[in-house]
Design a protein around this ligand. Structure first.
Ligand SMILES: [Zn+2]
Length: 342
């Protein structure tokens, strides 16, 4: 797809289009930004624009020539893509990019380009390399050969070697506008506007994240999860709260825990928005607006902020500091329900 088909990233695309138009391209770009906001599509678009034999006036790919069609199908001999291999016939990918992939790239780049013009190398998730592989990549970046353009695509630039970063021109990609995410999700996953709105609110500007959340069983239990934890009757239901905390913390449910935190976080943020006088359209849980409006007057602003902090701290303790999940969740639910003081 041409660059013009990438939505919601006007600043990043403007910089690229200007470079293409004036033929002032860096030899290596680092496309950095959250998952699922169009970095990969833009990298593909830039590759097509660079390899196109009949580019448009603004430098974008024509989308119709033989080079464009082959680039789009990743069949162009001067387009090299390095990414984690898939395992067997599954969609699951290896944990890392392997050194033989970078060596194969080096070999390919040591020959002339097939069609006598530019070569483009896309490196998807360059942070997923061990140090030896990362150093091999660095060497390739340092000695690229003529007319070779690299695009590194990452959501975790802080995990790259500083020497790799310093070789690249960084292009920043932002979280997408919520309305755009909702529209794309409705389109891609054939969703009702209400469902798309909820997913877009939870997805934090990432179409990719929205698609991953779609159909999650936890999401279907959303009202139950929130209702059992943020229960105005909590102080009188301590045994039930503790039971529920234990269930949520079970090892077989651990993978779902980040979504539970996220649901609660967005729930309390919605309460804050209502307290600040925002309309239903601003809420993530718009379909539960009535419930949120009933709950909001019972909590003070600082009490809601405390709960948000508590959620972040508990999630960090469990997933980063390997704290005991059951004890952490028990303490969390009791405090969220106001059954004990912080
Ligand atoms: Zn073309």
């Amino acid at each position: 797809m041409p660059l013009s088909a990438v939505e919601g990233q006007p600043r990043a695309l403007e910089a690229l289009r200007r470079a293409l138009q004036h033929q002032r391209l860096h030899h290596a770009y680092l496309f950095a930004g959250p998952e699922g906001v169009g970095k990969g599509l833009a990298a593909q678009g830039l590759a097509e624009a660079l390899l196109c034999t009949a580019p448009l006036e603004d430098g974008d790919a024509c989308g119709a020539c033989s080079a464009c069609r082959r680039s789009a199908g990743r069949q162009h001999p001067d387009l090299h893509v390095v990414e984690r291999r898939t395992k067997g016939n599954t969609d699951e990918r290896e944990r890392q990019i392997k050194i033989d992939q970078v060596r194969a790239l080096q070999r390919a780049l040591s020959f002339k380009s097939y069609e006598g013009a530019r070569r483009v190398v896309l490196i998807i998730e360059p942070e997923k390399m061990n140090p030896a592989t990362a150093n091999a990549l660095l060497k390739t970046l340092e000695e690229p050969g003529p007319d070779t353009h690299f695009v590194l695509v990452t959501a975790e630039p802080h995990r790259l070697l500083p020497t790799v970063i310093s070789r690249c021109q960084r292009v920043r990609f932002q979280p997408l506008d919520r309305a755009l995410v909702a529209r794309k999700l409705a389109e891609l996953a054939d969703l009702e506007p209400g469902a798309a709105h909820l997913l877009a609110g939870l997805a934090e500007g990432s179409i990719g994240k929205g698609l991953t959340l779609q159909g999650s069983a936890l999401l279907e239990q959303r009202q139950g999860i929130i209702g059992r934890i943020d229960d105005p009757d909590g102080p009188r239901r301590v045994p039930q709260l503790l039971d529920y905390a234990e269930t949520l913390a079970r090892p077989d449910r651990r993978a779902g825990l980040p979504l539970v935190f996220h649901l609660l976080r967005t729930w309390y943020r919605d309460i804050l928005l209502v307290q600040e006088g925002f309309g239903d359209e601003a809420l993530v849980h718009r379909d539960l607006a009535e419930q949120i409006r009933r709950r909001a007057p019972a909590l003070s602003g600082p009490a809601v902020l405390d709960r948000l902090t508590l959620l972040n701290e508990t999630e960090y303790a469990i997933f980063e500091r390997m704290a005991n999940a059951r004890l952490s969740m028990e303490s969390l639910v009791l405090r969220l329900a106001g059954a004990v003081e912080g």
